[in-house]
Design a protein around this ligand. Structure first.
Ligand code: DP6
Length: 323
């Protein structure tokens, strides 16, 4: 087989990855925890073709060159090295969710690429090895290889830094309601942002406290304790944005609509709705809730000024090959 197709879901981090210990290998400064997002996916086909002059990449029917292609080539190079081949590849990738919608497409994209490329090259990799390979393309992609609720064990080198599932998707019917504030492309992407983390005097304290937050988050998920989960998710998100806001140069991802959602949520919580927010490197707000509250929350969100659209996703499965 020189062709393979794989699908992977994006994920939303409850405990965030921000800053690297080793940027070239994407060894993170701290561990992180996330939930895969069901129903959203990147589908990628990799075809090793001797007739090609060099690697080619198409995303959503558009030919990609420059840094996007270079990032894909370095992952393909690793697969070629391990499988002892030097054939160029054609990579065709599609997302079923809007790009730049506040859902990191790099996580699902590099997880699907790692799985499709290794299968097309007939490498039989374990889940840990696949997670490490996906990590080379994008840190958060290592968390989109296993299914459900996932923890990225930070490790200290390539071998020890990978993600594992600690609860399956059906363990807890949590929902991520993504309130889309803007679909504009962000000015500073995550890769650049990770480099700036250490310019904030708060990053060292954030990293030192990460094991405590990871433990609380893991236990809250295992016990399905929404109150404990909500508290730690928001604290972790606020710590990351405190680092961003105090970096040099400053990273301010929030927009007025972002704050409108955060304020509105304080009111909903007083009405006993189980909700909490988390925000990545962009203005959109991921509102996490339990399934029974989803309809109320979506209609509340749609009424907040600045919210243009709401996407809804429950816990998703692992990356998988299409047979
Ligand atoms: C804020 O994994 O997108 O979403 O490795 O450079 O691709 P690269 O960075 P990426 O960073 C994710 C940052 C985050 C938090 C998270 O998902 O943990």
């Amino acid at each position: 087989m020189t062709t393979a197709t794989a699908q992977a879901a994006p994920n939303i981090a409850f405990i965030k990855y921000w800053g690297d210990r080793d940027a070239s290998l994407r060894i993170p400064a701290n561990g992180s925890i996330s939930m895969n997002l069901d129903g959203l996916y990147t589908r990628t086909q990799v075809k090793f073709e001797p007739e090609l002059e060099s690697d080619r990449l198409q995303v959503n029917q558009q030919e990609i060159k420059g840094p996007g292609l270079a990032r894909v080539i370095s992952l393909l190079d690793w697969v070629r090295l391990r499988s002892g081949r030097n054939t160029p590849a054609l990579v065709i990738s599609e997302n079923n969710f809007p790009m730049g919608a506040g859902i990191a497409s790099s996580a699902s994209a590099f997880a699907a690429l790692a799985l499709a490329a290794s299968a097309a090259a007939r490498l039989e990799l374990t889940e840990h090895e696949l997670s490490r390979l996906a990590r080379m393309g994008s840190g958060s992609a290592c968390r989109s290889i296993p299914g459900g609720f996932v923890e990225w064990l930070p490790g200290e080198d390539d071998l020890s830094s990978y993600a594992v599932s600690f609860a399956p998707p059906d363990h807890w019917d949590l929902v991520d309601c993504v309130a889309i504030i803007s679909q504009e492309h962000k000015k500073t992407g995550s890769t650049e942002g990770h480099f700036l983390a250490n310019t904030s005097p708060l990053q060292a304290a954030r990293v030192a406290d990460a094991p405590r937050r990871l433990e609380i988050c893991r236990q809250a998920v295992l016990r399905r304790d929404f109150e404990a989960l909500a508290w730690i998710i928001e604290q972790d998100c606020n710590l990351m944005h405190a680092v961003m806001l105090t970096s040099n140069p400053q990273l301010l991802y929030w927009q007025p609509g972002t704050l409108s959602v955060m304020h509105a949520m304080q009111l909903w919580r007083r009405q006993n709705l189980p909700v909490c927010y988390t925000i990545d490197a962009g203005p959109n707000v991921h509102v996490i809730c339990e399934r029974w509250a989803v309809n109320t929350i979506v209609s509340h969100l749609e009424a907040v000024p600045g919210v243009t659209r709401v996407l809804v996703a429950g816990p998703g499965g692992p990356a998988r090959l299409e047979l």
